[in-house]
Design a binder for this molecule. Structure first.
Ligand code: KG4
Ligand code: ZN
Length: 341
């Protein structure tokens, strides 16, 4: 079953063709990060306009690279939430138009479900084959959730963030350190080989809950940067490269510790057979390493470029929805605050 997956929920315009939810025939991503780097973050108005100009060329490229024509597709799928309203609307409307004119079923997919099904792409899940229940950690720029997956398409949310998402914390701390956007990959790069001598940053927790809270960690980085005299930055005031490396490593260690410890607790509490991680932050090699090190159950991690936003994960999730004949109607609308359950 060949499905076209379209993803425009945030700042990447992406389209992909995936066979049977596993085999990627094409995976095209047009990134807006250079544009947003200029502003130090995502500007929703700019983002939706960029999607509008990129989406048709990206879809065409996905079909060309997969060497298929629209009549060979079994369905058209698209992220309909959560995400930025104006960005989601571009993808949803293009997907509707294509599905209608090609006479194919339309499937609206939850972005977070897409991040989960990235674990099935390229046979990663099948190879490890833990069975259910799985504890899924989804950590991205907009979300940080622990989800108990009891079977295909069957979810229970165990934890959320009370304030910032993990990726958002990476991006904010990167800005404090004068690094580029998105901040996660920049911090990861700086942290490699850093000389970690400073006091550790706090690992905030929410008493009696698996929930996350990252704003205290971010504030601790800001306070220390202020006390060491390099924040707020100006042309004269900037951290040394040694400071950037050490702060990056200490921050990364703290946030990875929060993510890993809460996920392992969820596995123990709910008797899960494995861990699946996804979302942009799952591209972080320290997170992957620590999760493998601390977990007694198998850990499923897509390769980094399938952790960050892409169309293949949407097509992979759509395969499982299509199997259940769970298709969308023509009045499908973008839902910016869509929840997984
Ligand atoms: O899933 P994603 O591509 O988009 C959203 O759904 O938000 O996640 C983007 C987030 C950004 O905040 C980015 O800084 C973070 O994922 N990220 C990383 C890494 N690569 C991307 N965070 C830590 N380490 C990375 N290597
Ligand atoms: Zn995402």
């Amino acid at each position: 079953m060949k499905i076209l997956g379209i993803e425009t929920s945030c700042d990447d315009t992406a389209a992909s063709v995936v066979d049977n939810g596993v085999r990627i025939l094409s995976n095209i991503i047009s990134s807006q990060s250079l544009m947003h780097e200029r502003y130090g973050g995502i500007i929703p108005e700019i983002s939706s306009r960029e999607h509008l100009t990129s989406i048709i060329p990206v879809v065409n490229e996905a079909l060309t690279e997969a060497s298929i024509t629209p009549d060979q597709l079994d369905a058209v799928s698209v992220t309909y939430g959560p995400g930025l309203a104006g960005s989601l609307l571009v993808g949803v409307n293009v997907a509707k138009g294509l599905a209608l004119s090609w006479d194919k079923p339309l499937l609206g997919i939850n972005h977070l479900e897409g991040h989960i099904y990235a674990g099935w792409l390229e046979g990663v899940f099948e190879k490890i084959n833990t069975g259910f229940p799985l504890v899924c950690l989804i950590a991205s720029g907009g979300h940080t959730e622990i989800v108990l997956m009891k079977g295909h398409l069957d979810y229970q949310i165990l934890a959320r963030t009370r304030d910032d998402a993990a990726g958002e914390a990476f991006d904010k701390v990167a800005r404090v350190l004068g690094l580029g956007f998105p901040g996660g990959p920049e911090i990861e790069r700086e942290a490699v080989g850093a000389n970690l001598e400073m006091d550790p940053f706090p690992r905030p927790s929410v008493k009696g809950s698996l929930d996350f809270s990252f704003s205290g960690l971010k504030t601790a980085v800001v306070r220390r940067a202020e006390s060491e005299g390099f924040y707020p930055q100006s042309q004269e005031i900037a951290p040394s490269s040694e400071q950037v490396r050490e702060y990056s490593a200490a921050f990364q260690e703290a946030i990875v510790d929060c993510l890993v410890s809460r996920t392992i607790s969820a596995v123990e509490q709910y008797g899960a057979k494995g861990i699946l991680i996804g979302g942009g932050v799952a591209a972080n090699s320290e997170l992957k390493k620590m999760m493998h090190q601390m977990s007694r159950t198998p850990v499923i991690v897509p390769r980094p470029s399938l952790c960050t936003d892409n169309g293949a994960m949407i097509a992979a999730a759509a395969f499982h929805r299509l199997k259940e004949l769970d298709v969308s109607q023509w009045d499908l609308d973008a839902i910016p605050n869509l929840s997984l359950t």
